[in-house]
Structure formats: C-alpha cells, structure tokens
Design a protein around this ligand. Structure first.
Ligand code: MBD
Ligand code: FE
Length: 289
C-alpha cells in the first residue's frame, strides 16, 4: 500500500468511527428510556440552567451574528456527522463520571467513551483476548486481583476489556476488523485473580474528519488521547466500575482531550522475564452496592 492510499484508508475508517457511535448508542439506550417517567421540575431546572448559562456567555462575550450562525451551522453538522456521542463523551462525560463516583471508597473509575459494546466473548481468568493472527502491538500480560473494600477476594468477578488496535481503531466502529477484535470478558479465579493476554494499544487521535475535528482545528486544539485500555469490572452485590488505564510516559497523559486521566489510573508495566512483551499488575477494589 502506498503512503497516500494508507492515509486515505485510515482517514475513511476514522470518520466512520465517530458516526457508528451514534447507532451503537441509540441501539443500547432505547431500552433504558422505556417507561421512564419525566420529572418536569428536574428537566425545567436543568434545561433552564443550561440555556441561561449559554445566554450569559452570549451577552458577556458579545457574540456576533456571524459567530451565532457559525455555531448554528456547526451544531447541525455534529448531528449530520453522527458525532453527538463523540462530542459529549470527549467534553462532558468526565464531569458526569466525577459526580457519579464521588461516594466511592474503592478503585477510581473514569469515562466509558463512545466505543463500548456489551456481550463480548467470555474467557477464563488466564485466557487471551480475541485478536488477529499477528495482531500488531507489543504483547501485554495483564494481571491482578479483584477485592472488596474490606479486602475479601471476589471469586468469579468479571473483568471486561476493550481497546483500540495498534493503529487506534476499535472493532465494530472502524471497518475491516474481526467483530470482537480486542474485546473480551475474563472471569477471575477462586482467589479473585486474573492474568490474561492482550497487546498494548497505541496513542489515539479522535476522528478529525467530522464536526469535532472542525472545532478542534478552529480552536487550535489537538485531538489526542493517551494510549488506553478500557475496562468494566463487576461482581454480584458490588458496584460496577467503568475505568481506563494508561501507560507511564505517554505524551498525552497530561493533556488528554477527554480529560479522563487520573494519577491512580497510570500503570507500571515491566518487561517480561518469561516471554515477549510486558507484564503489568493492577488490582481492582469494589464498593458494596
Ligand atoms: C475514545 O477511544 C475514547 O476513549 C473517548 C473517551 C473518546 C473518543 C474515543
Ligand atoms: Fe477509547
């Protein structure tokens, strides 16, 4: 493949990723909205405050008509490009997560982001995530233990992992990848332990071809997230943790566009002495429900 066609192909894949997140979200949220009773007072308060905050900015910043129309055109484009999930998860979800996890005494979590898919294949505590033959990226042995805040090991806990490949693409969002590539659930053993194989993901640029890219470019920001593993860790009777883990020394740990890095979430990997690649130990501590 020539450099130009590689560039064209990766650009096309990245553009679809943002839009496919809309379908994924709508699919999953339909059930969640079923039978929800609207609390008018709550909606009025929240929508009222949001609208007031925007009006305050317009007046304080003396927004011009050309600027107003540029915003209008851009908002229309976010919808047309299917990038509402991307926009919201990158720029707002971190605050939602902060509020939702305030009370927790166990492990820190962080945002889910737009690329989670439920029902990934299940493996034993010491399995290997679904990947292609010769999957690019350094092998990574991920090990540790799931415990309750009181120290009890949680036998049979579920550790669900999903992450981008070595080019920064997520299966089911970028075309051309096997359905469950780099997505899987591992079941902790009787001591709550796990030690499973994956590959180290690459630093990641959010799709820049759509509306979010237009904003990033217009503002002179960058589109990078540090390399990350996404996880959901759960056990019956305990609060599920949604989190991400990062790698030390990544140039974007300090300026993640999605503001999702916390110091507790940076791993400490070491070269393996018994094989290729790296090993990392990371334990999860769950709060009772
Ligand atoms: C991602 O992979 C991600 O984790 C977030 C939060 C936003 C966009 C892409
Ligand atoms: Fe991600």
């Amino acid at each position: 493949m020539t450099d130009a066609s590689f560039q064209a192909e990766t650009t096309a894949k990245a553009a679809e990723s943002g839009a496919n997140a809309t379908e994924n979200f709508l699919e999953r949220s339909r059930a969640a909205f079923d039978g929800v009773v609207v609390d008018h007072a709550r909606v009025s308060r929240l929508a009222g405050r949001a609208i007031q905050a925007l009006n305050d900015i317009i007046v304080e910043e003396k927004l011009t008509y050309p600027e107003y129309n540029a915003v209008k055109a851009w908002l229309i484009k976010v919808g047309e490009d299917g990038e509402w999930p991307l926009f919201l998860d990158v720029w707002l979800e971190h605050s939602v997560e902060e509020v939702a996890s305030e009370h927790r005494k166990g492990s820190k979590g962080t945002i889910e982001g737009p690329y989670y898919v439920p029902d990934a294949p299940e493996h034993a505590w010491d399995g290997t995530i679904s990947m292609r033959e010769n999957e690019p990226g350094d092998p990574l042995l991920f090990s540790g233990q799931v415990r309750a805040v009181d120290g009890t090991p949680l036998a049979g806990a579920r550790i669900e992992l999903w992450h981008a490949d070595d080019l920064g693409f997520y299966s089911q969002f970028a075309p051309g990848l096997p359905e469950w590539n780099l997505r899987g659930v591992f079941i902790a053993n009787e001591d709550g332990k796990y030690a499973f194989n994956t590959v180290r993901p690459a630093p990641y640029q959010i799709p820049t071809e759509g509306a979010c890219g237009v904003l990033i470019e217009a503002a002179g920001w960058h589109a990078w997230r540090p390399a990350h593993l996404h996880l959901k860790v759960s056990a019956p009777g305990y609060e599920l943790i949604t989190t991400q883990l990062y790698f030390p020394g990544d140039p974007h740990n300090g300026d993640d566009i999605a503001s999702a890095v916390k110091p507790e979430l940076v791993l400490d990997p070491h070269p393996r002495t018994d094989g290729e690649g790296e090993v990392v130990v990371y334990d999860f501590v769950l709060d009772p429900e």
